[in-house]
Write a protein that binds this ligand. Structure first.
Ligand code: NAD
Ligand code: IPM
Ligand code: MN
Length: 356
């Protein structure tokens, strides 16, 4: 029996609601599978912790996390009380960078039982590979002058190593699934970063002659996501472009509340972190109505990464059966609450006849 030690950071807002729900589902599928179990260790880090201690996590937080196999995180942010750049850079981005989770994998596909807000969507199945360690998210820049002369400068940093790493990951994914790669660029408007991005893309694609590839400007790509999402397979994008595109990916599936994500340390030197696309949703926090599917599907990505893709498939199957039976939260047009959706997924897990 494999025992996986998982560090749990529920974080803020609906993170505190969807994480325990997903853990129940993951424990259930582990029990049904019988070959592995989870040992969950909870860390109360987040904005409440900040308000008490003045930091989002303890000084030795990253060292502590290194002792775990993986990290399961809900969401971070209480923008009314703690400025976002402090809470996110003090916890989420700090962990992504500290654990060298340089690849952010975010799927978007049409699920059985769900209606996309798109009018006549053909079946789509997209994986966005987002560069997760640099790019437009940099702490290089500054502010100067004041009043009407005030200037804010935010530098973007693109290294060949990180750019190439994300692109190779995308090409490997496409190669293994006989798919194709689209690069999200904006080299018509940006003078250094994206021309460089295109150059690296052209270099990397030479190593994958069997994989078809194309570059699209991010503005057109966003429009294509709405008009013809079925045309995409693997997309490689910079940190900011990938961020925006994956909320859009959630939206075309039906809700950002179901979109999953994985922050991968592909070298497996440090724990990876599994955390959905959505945030802490302060507007609905504490009401028990958040959609737990994003967090549960994220749990499926953790199962896949741990090598238990049968159990992972079983979780996604139970999600789809639940949706097809009409049990949905309000963001998907339903009337069920979080508890009802979670319970239905667990019931469907128990009842399903998939062979493990
Ligand atoms: P958000 O994703 O929290 O919410 C956007 C909208 O989607 C809201 O109307 C919300 O109610 C809805 N929504 C999100 N998840 C849902 C779910 N599971 N079920 C039902 N509805 C859901 O984005 P925001 O409002 O821009 O950000 C709120 C806070 O979260 C901010 O502090 C932001 O910085 C932070 N944030 C954190 C993460 C993270 O930790 N990974 C990600 C995104 C945003
Ligand atoms: C996400 C979030 C974060 C990001 C924010 C909260 C810093 O939007 O995980 O998608 O942009 O990476
Ligand atoms: Mn985002």
């Amino acid at each position: 029996m494999n025992t996986y030690k998982i560090a749990v950071i529920a974080g803020d807002g609906i993170g505190k609601e969807v994480v325990p729900a997903a853990i129940e589902v993951l424990d259930e599928v582990a029990k049904l599978d019988g070959s592995f179990q989870f040992e969950w260790t909870y860390f109360p880090w987040g904005c409440d912790y900040y308000l008490e201690h003045g930091v989002m996590m303890p000084e030795d937080g990253l060292e502590t996390l290194k002792q775990y196999d993986q990290i399961f995180l809900g969401a971070v942010g209480m923008p009314e009380l703690v400025p976002d750049h402090i809470s996110l850079w003090g916890l989420l981005i700090k962990i992504r960078r500290g654990m060298k989770q340089s690849i952010n994998v975010r799927p978007a596909k049409l699920l059985a039982g769900l209606e996309s807000p798109l009018k006549n969507p053909q079946n789509f199945d997209i994986t966005v590979v987002r560069e997760n360690s640099e790019g437009e998210y940099s702490d290089s820049g500054g502010r100067m002058h004041s009043g009407s002369d005030e200037i804010a400068i935010q530098n973007a940093v693109f290294t060949r190593k990180a750019t190439e790493r994300a692109m190779r990951y995308a090409f490997e994914l496409a190669k293994n699934s006989k798919g194709h790669v689209t690069s999200a660029t904006k080299s018509n408007g940006l003078t250094y970063s994206m021309p460089f991005w295109d150059e690296v893309f052209d270099d990397v694609k030479k190593d994958y002659p069997e994989v078809q590839s194309v570059s699209n400007h991010i503005d057109a790509l966003a429009a294509f996501f709405v008009m013809k999402p079925h045309a995409f397979n693997v997309i490689v994008a910079s940190n900011l472009f990938g961020d925006i595109l994956t909320d859009l990916g959630g939206a075309i599936m039906g809700s950002i509340g179901i979109a999953p994500a994985a922050n991968l340390n592909i070298e497996r030197e440090y724990p990876s972190m599994f955390e959905p696309v959505h945030g802490s949703a302060p507007d609905i926090a504490g009401k028990g109505i958040a959609n737990p599917i994003g967090q549960i599907w994220t749990g499926k990505m953790m199962l896949d990464f741990l090598g238990h893709s049968n159990a992972g498939d079983r979780v996604l199957n139970a999600i789809e059966t639940t949706l097809a039976s009409g049990i949905k939260t309000g963001d998907l047009g339903g009337t069920a609450n979080l508890e009802e959706v979670k319970n239905a997924i667990i019931e469907n897990l128990k009842n399903d006849t998939m062979i493990m």
